[in-house]
Each structure stands twice: as C-alpha cells, then as structure tokens.
Design a protein around this ligand. Structure first.
Ligand SMILES: NC(=O)c1ccc[n+]([C@@H]2O[C@H](COP(=O)([O-])OP(=O)(O)OC[C@H]3O[C@@H](n4cnc5c(N)ncnc54)[C@H](O)[C@@H]3O)[C@@H](O)[C@H]2O)c1
Length: 354
C-alpha cells in the first residue's frame, strides 16, 4: 500500500505527538511542516528532515501532499480544513473541529462536496478502557444505562494562559475548560450513552484573573434514552488528576479512572489498563493518538469514512456550545442543537418562547 504523504500544520505543544505517529506508522510519511512562527517550523523541519513552511496555503499547492493534519489554535481549524479539502487534500484535525455550528457544518459540507475525507481527533475513544466499557454496554451486559457522571479536575496555571496568544479567549479558543479540556470526556459520554435530549449548564471564571472564559463548569444532561448525566469540570485543581467517568447500568457499573477501567457485573469484576507505549505525549492526553491516526489513514486508503468523521466530531462541540448558551441564557437547551432556538422545559410541544 502506498503511504499517505502528510503535511503537519501547527508545530506547538501537541504537534510532536502527531509527528512521531506520522513517522512511525507504515501508513504515513511526514513530508512537510507548517507554522506561522518560523522558529517552530524550522525546529520541526530539522528534527524530522522535512521542508518547513510558514503559510499553509503553500503546501496546499504541492502535488506530493495527499493529506494535512491540523494542530493549530481552535479558531483556525475551519478555515484551514475547508481550504485543504477544496485543494483535494484529506484532513485530520485536532479537537474541537471548530468553535461555531456554521463552521462545523461548512466543513462537513465541503468534505461531502469534494469527496475528501474529514476526520477529527478524539483519541480517548481508542483507549483500551473506553473500548472495554463500550463493548459491555453494546453487549447489554450493564443492562439499561441509568446514569453517567464525569469529573475533570485539572490544573492550568496562569502562565498557561499568559504565554499563549489564543488560550483563554472566546474568539480564538472558543471557551475554556469545557471546549478545551472537558470536551474529550463529554465526547466519551455521548459516544457511550447516545443522543442528548436536553442539557442545562453553568460556567464561571474563578481562579484565573487574566481570562474571561470558563475555568469551572457543571452540567445536567438528559439523554434521549433517559440516562441522567452529571458533569463537573475545572482547571483550577492542584494537578492534572485522572479523569473520573462512571456508567451506572441496572445490571452493573463501570468506572474509568485515567487509563484504567473497572467493570463490575454481579460478582464479576473486570479491569482493563493501558500501558504508556503508544505515544510520546503527556499522560493526561491519553495514549491513543497513534491508534487514531493509523485508523484514520487506513480508512482513507480503503476509501471508507473514518470512525470519527466530521459528523461524529461535531456532537461534542454541539454539547459544549449548548452548555455555554444554557449558562448565558439560564435555560435548558434541547437537541438537536440549534444556536439561539427557543427553550421551554415544561411545554415542549408548543414552546413558550423563552
Ligand atoms: N487531543 C489532545 O489530547 C490534545 C492535546 C493538546 C492540544 N490539542 C489540540 O491541538 C491544537 C493545538 O494545541 P496546542 O496546545 O498544540 O497549541 P499551541 O499554541 O502550542 O500550538 C499551536 C501552533 O499553531 C501555530 N499556528 C497558529 N496559527 C497557525 C496557522 N494559521 N498556520 C500554521 N500554524 C499556525 C502556532 O504558531 C503554534 O505553534 C488545539 O486544537 C488543541 O485543542 C489536543
């Protein structure tokens, strides 16, 4: 099988994980790196022995680039992805795929129109722990799922925000702890349980004076199958604690704590733990970037839709944007999410116009 020739756009914090996967995998070849900061592009260029560029539009003209991987600030994902798809490149973008519903819809539509493949990174779905829990849910071993709760308590220092030109801003990051950190777990919640019926959320900024985006948030989520979801997230804690995710079924209960799943059904307990051999990234990022990148290019090469395509990548962002809107308007938000649509909990048939 011919390798897919990939250009990596964005040479910041997470980019090393992408580059390492692209050079290690049989399916891919890293052929170019791009960053608007020349020193970052040069640094990657020297390390990986590939050409450096400072304008992503230049690599879209290159016939020997088949695909691009996007690891840039959130507000740039849609513009770069749409331009790359129109230039005939396949696109794998970091989460969140974009920071507005119209941008996400435009990306999905452009992929459909051009026939190119759009994928979105949510690597934690590929974790052994997540896969094991998904399997027992799908096999019906937990019975009807009654509840799901998640706690994300991480630490983002003042310097994390002051040293970045986009973190902690509504216009560039699109939010704070919900859209950047908690989104992985929010994605797992909906992937494990199913479609959202409605949610209500509140957010605040409590521990970082230099930002006005959320550094703490909570949400009550009701899924279409009746499952009750509780979410608490902050990035004000003392360290990056392992995420906690519980799935409560009528026949059993599953916990994911960091990389480890513990599933108890009757008097049987199964534990699944993943070893740190899959990536060079930070532990709280999970160990599965390489798995998802491999799976994406296998799908591209087989002419199939990837496991997490644009539509699948959009759901968690819809939930996050709905949480922000719910908090601002102080109302529950019903799904499918339409920004600004009326909300009325008591009178769903004929809305009272709240
Ligand atoms: N999946 C994960 O676990 C995970 C972990 C960390 C970050 N991320 C995501 O990866 C993306 C990047 O995050 P980061 O922490 O590496 O950010 P970063 O700020 O460290 O790096 C972003 C880089 O993109 C460059 N850049 C900005 N605009 C550009 C443009 N138009 N063209 C080319 N380069 C451009 C910047 O100069 C910077 O070097 C974000 O979407 C973030 O949410 C995902």
């Amino acid at each position: 099988m011919k390798k897919t020739r990939v250009a990596l756009i964005g040479c910041g914090r997470v980019a090393r994980v992408h580059a390492e996967a692209l050079v290690a995998l049989d399916e891919t070849e890293l052929v170019a790196v791009v960053d608007i900061k020349p020193d970052r592009a040069e640094n990657f260029s020297h390390h990986y022995g590939v050409e450096a560029y400072t304008d992503y539009k230049e690599i879209l003209e290159l016939p020997d680039v088949d695909a691009v991987q996007i690891a840039t600030p959130h507000h740039t994902h849609a513009e770069i992805a749409i331009a790359a798809l129109k230039a005939g490149k396949d696109v794998l973008t970091e989460k969140p795929m974009a920071i507005s519903v119209p941008d996400m819809e435009a990306m999905i539509q452009t992929a459909a129109d051009t026939g190119r493949t759009l994928g979105v990174i949510f690597q934690n779905r590929y974790n052994d722990a997540s896969q094991a829990v998904k399997q027992v849910i799908e096999a019906g071993e937990l019975g009807v799922i009654k509840g799901i709760r998640a706690f994300i308590t991480w630490r983002r220092t003042d310097e994390y925000y002051t040293e970045s030109d986009w973190k902690g801003t509504w216009d560039k990051e699109g939010g704070g702890v919900l859209i950047d950190q908690a989104i992985h777990t929010i994605d797992l919640m909906q992937w494990l349980v199913g479609e959202v019926d409605y949610l209500e959320a509140r957010y605040d900024t409590r521990a970082h004076d230099m930002i006005d985006v959320d550094d703490v948030a909570e949400a009550h989520i009701v899924f279409k199958n009746g499952t009750i979801g509780c979410l608490y997230a902050n990035c004000n804690y003392s360290y990056d604690a392992p995420i906690f995710l519980e799935i409560h079924g009528e026949k059993g209960i599953a916990h994911i704590i960091g990389d480890k799943a513990t599933i108890t059904i009757g008097n049987r307990t199964l534990t699944v733990e993943q070893q740190a051999d899959e990536t060079t990234g930070l532990r709280y990022w999970g160990f599965s970037h390489k798995r998802q990148i491999r799976d994406y290019y296998r799908a591209v090469q087989a002419g199939k839709q990837p496991f997490i395509d644009g539509k699948a990548g959009k759901t968690a962002v819809d939930m996050v944007l709905a949480m922000y809107e719910s908090s601002r308007r102080q109302v529950p938000i019903y799904f499918p999410y339409v920004p600004g649509a009326p909300s009325c909990k008591k009178n769903r048939g004929g809305c009272c116009g709240r």
